[in-house]
Structure formats: C-alpha cells, structure tokens
Design a protein around this ligand. Structure first.
Ligand SMILES: Cc1cc2nc3c(=O)[nH]c(=O)nc-3n(C[C@H](O)[C@H](O)[C@H](O)COP(=O)(O)OP(=O)(O)OC[C@H]3O[C@@H](n4cnc5c(N)ncnc54)[C@H](O)[C@@H]3O)c2cc1C
Length: 208
C-alpha cells in the first residue's frame, strides 16, 4: 500500500523563501531580519505573482515513499531535479506476499485478477527457483515485472516539487503517480501552504 512520510525538511520553509525574496530588494543582508507572518505571506504571494520561481529553491523536502510499483518509480525518476535513493533489487531479495502492486481495474474484475495473480505467482516461483539454483539476485531480478513494489527516499526543492505536482497531480496524469503526487502534496501543504498553492500550479503547467 502507498505510504508517504516526510523524512526531513528545511526548517521554517516559508520564512526561508520569504527572506530570499526579500533579499532581492534589500540593501543589507537578511541574515538577522525578522519578518512577521503577514510579511512572509505577502512576500511569497509576490514571488508567485511575479513568477520569481528561483526563491522557491531554498526550501527542500525529503520523503520516504513505499508501496509504489516499479512502473510508478520509473515515471518518478524522470524528474531530474530530485535526488533519489531506491531500494536495490541486487541486495534485497523479493519476498512473497505484498511484493506486487495491483491496479484497481484488475481487482474489480475477478477473472482478470485471477489471471494477474497467477502470472505474478509464476514469476515469483521462477525467481525463487533461480535463487535456489544460486543465480545471484542481480540476475534473477531480470524476471521481475513492473508491478514489483519498491521503496525510495526522494528529495527535492519546492520549485521542483511545484513542477512535479503541476504535472503529476493533473487529471491526465497516470493514476498511480497521481496518487503519489497527491500524497506528497498532502504532506508538505500544512508546512508551507503559501508555497504549495495548487490554485496556482494546477492551472498553469509550466512555470519553471
Ligand atoms: C501525462 C504524461 C505523459 C508522459 N508520457 C511519456 C511518454 O510517453 N514517454 C516518455 O518518455 N516520457 C513521458 N512522460 C515523461 C515526460 O516526458 C518527462 O520526462 C517527465 O514528466 C519529467 O518532466 P520534466 O522534464 O518537465 O521535469 P524535470 O526533469 O523535473 O525538469 C524540470 C524542468 O527543468 C527543465 N529542464 C530539465 N532538464 C532540461 C534539459 N535537459 N533541457 C532543458 N530544460 C530542462 C525543464 O523546464 C523541465 O520542465 C510523460 C509525462 C506526463 C506528465
């Protein structure tokens, strides 16, 4: 099952972004500058209005992601300004049980689900048989399908996250990465509601 948690993030992400915004017009350093909550909100809204997007790069978020398929992680890792560390199929042996993701279109169709589960079981049995024959994990994994579950740590700054959410929370995004993007957005929004303004980025796809 999909699970997203926040591993770490820039302390005071909105204040950090607001201070970066403030620096662009401040004569002195913003190092000791104190901003009220209202000023933080005003500066972030101004950055959005002017599309001064680089200021959003100063707040970074690290997520743990589990329960997604290798199909989904393949789409995720196309986003080049993220940093990723993914569970290795060379070092971690696949175990039976919750090792595969099943799309809902299949779980609601009993006959399709039977075909799917039998195919996955056959693949899993063949994988185990190769390991029993002392074939290393790095070679046995060639059998594994897109449905195989994976885990990652993913880190990105708010600018890249905004871009990711704009593409992957959209209605035309594929269902699994859309669920992932929505789960990640739900985690960061309470921490930085003025940065992650879906009313801005869902209406305008490319703001980078
Ligand atoms: C609905 C949908 C369908 C898709 N279908 C396919 C498909 O059929 N086949 C396929 O291969 N991919 C597909 N993709 C993936 C897509 O092509 C991108 O690889 C992926 O969405 C990452 O987007 P990005 O490059 O904008 O993002 P990032 O890699 O996160 O980059 C962010 C932004 O930085 C800039 N940037 C980054 N690198 C460069 C560069 N080298 N040169 C210039 N600017 C750069 C761009 O402005 C880019 O938007 C699909 C994506 C979506 C959302």
């Amino acid at each position: 099952m999909l699970k997203v948690s926040l591993l770490n993030y820039t302390p005071n992400p909105e204040r950090t972004v607001a201070l970066a915004m403030r620096q662009s017009h401040a004569k002195g350093s913003v190092a000791e500058m104190d901003l009220s909550d209202e000023e933080v909100e005003r500066l972030i809204n101004l950055a959005w209005k002017r599309r001064h997007m680089s200021v959003f790069e100063h707040a970074t978020f690290s997520f743990t992601i589990e329960g997604i398929s290798r199909s989904c992680s393949h789409q995720l890792v196309r986003h080049r300004f993220f940093s990723f560390t993914q569970q290795s199929q060379r070092y971690v042996e696949l175990t039976n049980g919750s090792a595969f993701v099943t799309p809902t279109s299949i779980t609601v169709n009993a006959e399709a689900e039977q075909v799917y589960n039998e195919a996955l079981q056959n693949i899993y049995n063949a994988y185990q048989k190769l390991l029993d024959l002392k074939i290393p994990e790095e070679d046995a994994r060639f059998l594994l399908p897109n449905a195989t579950e994976t885990k990652l740590v993913a880190t990105a700054n708010a600018r890249e996250l905004i871009h990711f959410f704009s593409l992957r929370s959209a209605n035309d995004a594929q269902w699994e990465i859309r669920q992932l993007a929505e789960a990640m957005l739900a985690v960061v929004t309470p921490l930085a509601p003025h940065i992650f303004r879906s009313d801005y980025f869902l209406n305008e796809k490319d703001m980078l």
